[in-house]
Design a protein. Sequence first.
Length: 159
Amino acid sequence: MKDFKSIIGLSILVIVLIQACGPTEEELRQQEQARLDSLQRVQIEQLEQARIDSVNIAQQQAEQQALAEAERRNITYSSEGPFSVQVGSWRSEEKANEMIAKWKSNGFENAYSVMFGSEETGDVWFRVRLGNVATIADAEKIQALVKEDFEMDSWIDQI
């Protein structure tokens, strides 16, 4: 019996020591709070990095669009070029001159008109053209600009 009491007493002592050696509830709470704080910091860092990445991507896309727009508008005009883009034709020289002024104010400094027809018969047209350019590719760029920016049909003339 004495051995039995000794074993029970020793067991109780071991259990008490094991519990005493472990963390207290306060320590467990602090550990859990530290873990949650760490997770929150990681989440905030990830969100901030995602925001930075998003801004960088948007800036790169804007730069690429600006370069594409600059390339789209990069047209080499040549007074001796054989191509132009006709954007309209009017019987009135005054109306043709108004349209030339409009095109020039919209960035087409090489807008001009050509008189077509016979003054003797009164069948005169004033054709408004943009150009001249040396290559058909540049004429097609002008035509695309007119279509995209002004929603107008035009055609390429070979002079």
